[in-house]
Design a protein around this ligand. Structure first.
Ligand SMILES: [Zn+2]
Length: 444
């Protein structure tokens, strides 16, 4: 396992490793193993250790005793503005239930400084994937690779970078997804915490600490790590990592405790509780809305379009069957005996008639249905195109939390991810491109 250059670490008495489940060198509490990230976590003091060496690699504990937030972002959006943003959005959706516009609902708009844990960490990804050299003319996985002049090569590489101040809310009552989609906050406006300045709007107390949400924290870090790694080209024209064969580890993981301003509105409709968040700094609104009238009528349209498609399909099948039916009817009318007699007297004419019948048959039974099939497929495709619904809002991409002050380094490695001195090295070049690419919407 590669170790960070110049990691400041505390060496540990090896006895701690040999006696079964190791204990935290700092507080003697039993350590919990995190296989996926090659680390041990102390659930009591929050310390994180490398699993092989028990060198301290970070901490889930926030500084300064954690009881007092380190800093906060002041509100920029007033309560009236928040209500305005919410009602304006409801109006643009149209046809929402009455409760959305009622004065009583809007009067529940509540401001709060919500506790957030800002997690920063250096990231090391040992990536396995395919490098592409040459211009891709067609799709990524060309059906005939020999033709397009693209060289594909399985390759190994390591990349190191840093993710900075990823917010995790320490508040259980608001769904994480909705809170995260009100991001980002401009953290350059963080001010040192002073209780006096926060007296108008209440500051909530956290009810979950980072050490109890390590799964949530690592899940988002891992997702961002893969987003970054898929933008690093590793010296190729393109590099596609195998998502399930990339190993990610974290160094110097640290947590800050801050308060961030949000407006919160909850309401109940049809037995479902809806929570809305308005970012108190940027005014960004997040939350799910019940189906509006417009959506319902769109659904109705979609259903009738689907029924029309079914009708068309039945008609087309009938059209394919009709010639068969006609032929069977004709044979029935003429009678099979007469056909045999006709063959006996006029064999040449019979053969000519037979050949033209076969040709007509091929045309009718082969090409026509094929055309119909093609048309039907196209109709269905168009139909499902229009069915696509916008993806629900979620947390921002990795580009927002990529630490530009930390040089991205990447180098070629062997199968065990040992650095290849003869291989290519990749430093700060194109860093801005990488960030730009992460921020650009993903093309699918
Ligand atoms: Zn501990």
């Amino acid at each position: 396992m590669a170790i960070w250059d110049g990691t400041s670490g505390t060496a540990v008495d090896p006895e701690n490793i040999s006696s079964g489940a190791p204990k935290c060198p700092e507080c003697s509490f039993f350590l919990v193993s995190d296989q996926e990230h090659f680390s041990y976590v102390c659930r009591k003091c929050g310390a994180i250790y490398d699993r092989d060496t028990l060198i301290r690699t970070g901490s889930f504990a926030a500084g300064k005793g954690t009881e007092v937030p380190e800093s906060y972002i002041p509100f920029k959006i007033s309560r009236e503005e928040a209500i305005g943003i919410f009602t304006e959005h409801c109006r643009s959706l149209g046809g929402l239930p009455k409760i959305y516009g009622s004065a009583k609902t809007l009067s529940d708009m509540t401001g709060a400084y919500v506790p957030f844990w800002l997690v920063s960490s250096e990231v090391e990804v040992n990536a396995k994937g395919i490098g592409f050299t040459g211009k891709q003319t067609n799709t990524l996985y060309n059906s005939n690779p020999a033709e397009d002049g693209v060289v594909r090569q399985e390759t190994y590489g390591t990349a190191k970078f840093r993710l900075k101040d990823i917010p995790y809310d320490g508040e259980k009552s608001i769904p994480d997804r909705i809170m995260a989609s009100a991001e980002p906050f401009d953290l350059s406006e963080l001010k040192e915490y002073s209780p006096d300045e926060l007296k108008d709007i209440p500051a909530q107390k956290y009810d979950v600490v980072p050490v109890d949400m390590t799964d949530v924290i690592f899940r988002r870090l891992d997702k961002y790590a893969m987003q970054v790694i898929s933008k690093v080209d590793f010296g190729f024209d393109q590099f596609i990592p195998y998502q399930d064969q990339c190993l990610t580890s974290y160094r110097n993981l640290s947590v800050r405790y801050v308060l961030l301003p949000v407006w919160i509105l909850t309401l109940e409709y049809d037995g479902i509780r809806y929570t809305y968040i308005i970012n108190g700094q940027t005014g960004k609104l997040s939350g799910d809305f019940p189906e509006s009238k417009q959506e319902r009528s769109e659904q109705k349209e979609r259903r009738s379009a689907q029924n029309a498609l079914k009708r068309d399909l039945i008609i087309r099948i009938l059209m394919v069957l009709v010639p068969w039916i006609i032929i069977l009817v004709i044979i029935g009318i003429i009678g099979p005996e007469r056909i045999t007699m006709f063959f006996g007297y006029h064999p040449l004419e019979f053969i000519l008639a037979l050949v033209s019948a076969i040709l007509a048959g091929v045309l009718i039974f082969h090409f026509v249905p094929k055309l119909f099939l093609k048309k039907t497929r196209k109709d269905y495709r168009n139909f499902y195109e229009t069915m696509k619904k916008p993806v629900p809002a979620s947390e921002p991409d990795a580009g927002v939390y990529f630490d530009t002050g930390f040089p991205l380094r990447a180098y070629e490695t062997d199968i065990k991810f040992n650095s290849l001195e003869t291989g290519w090295k990749y430093r700060e070049t194109n860093l801005s491109d990488i960030i730009k690419n992460i921020e650009a919407p993903e093309e699918d």
